[in-house]
Write a protein that binds this ligand. Structure first.
Ligand SMILES: [Zn+2]
Length: 265
């Protein structure tokens, strides 16, 4: 057994036996880690209170054979306090945690950029300076970019033409009239401009956008994200068939921390 320290954001928690919890954390240096917090359900444990979803914490862990054991926790930023108090922030924050969890498939594979995006997104959400839906869409777009799935937004995703007409998820973003597949959405130019502003972090432009363009942007971004996550899950099923034991160990049983309706478009 060896000791290590890291900082991370609590993604979700689940019960283990009578008194313990398994805490899934996206850490700065180690990537996604699942650690056991012992005795946290037995009493009104301060240790357990620090290990709630949305919390940005400093941790000490013992690495074990299957799961690591969390031995110390200090709160760096209790983002959950401001997030769970507001329904729009809570649903947006829950979708961020779930997306970060699903985009970091392997455990202990460093994912520094995804970690930084998550901490930045939760901080912005907790501060309340921008509409929760905009903060969430900015997080989705940047997470997709970090994962290598940034949508094409200024040139046709298929041929590079500058005169674009439609948005096609299967094509990878905006497309020109010639490349446009059947059934592609035709969003307002302002909606595409909003997506570009969110991807770049241009908050002045994003905050000035109209409600109908925000709604259209959210619909497109959610559908685009969903398509890529489904794609990821399909690859995961493939892995499961090849290494059934490993997949079984990685699967989480009940007690989901998130609202399952968050991803409905
Ligand atoms: Zn084209």
């Amino acid at each position: 057994m060896s000791l290590y320290r890291d900082e991370g954001v609590v993604l979700r928690t689940q019960k283990l036996g009578e008194a313990d919890r398994i805490i899934t954390i996206l850490t700065r240096r180690t990537g996604k880690v699942r650690g056991v917090a012992k005795g946290v359900r037995r009493t009104m444990s301060r240790f357990g209170a620090r290990l709630e979803p949305f919390s940005h914490v400093d941790l000490q862990l013992h690495s074990g054979r299957s799961l690591d054991v969390i031995t110390q926790v200090e709160t760096l930023h209790p983002y959950g306090e401001a997030i769970v108090a507001d329904y729009a922030r809570y649903t947006a924050g829950s979708a961020m945690l779930e997306t970060a969890d699903r985009l970091t498939v392997g455990e202990k594979e460093p994912a520094l950029r995804q970690f930084l995006l998550l901490v930045g997104g939760l901080r912005t959400l907790a501060e309340g300076g921008h509409e929760a839906r905009l903060v969430l869409d900015a997080f989705f777009l940047r997470s997709l970019a970090v994962a290598g799935y940034a949508p094409a937004l200024s040139e046709c995703a298929r041929c590079g033409a500058e005169a674009v007409r439609a948005f096609a998820i299967v094509a990878g973003g905006v497309v020109c009239g010639a490349c446009r597949p059947a059934g592609a959405a035709v969003p307002a130019a302002e909606t595409i401009a909003l997506m570009i502003a969110l991807l770049r972090g241009d908050w002045a432009a994003a905050d000035a956008s109209e409600s109908r363009h925000r709604a259209e942007c959210s619909g497109l971004v959610a559908a685009y994200l969903q398509w890529h996550l489904e794609h990821g899950i399909r690859s995961l099923r493939h892995v499961e068939r090849e290494w059934p034991g490993q997949a079984e160990a990685a699967r989480d049983p009940a007690e989901p921390a998130h609202d399952p309706h968050v991803f409905r478009v």
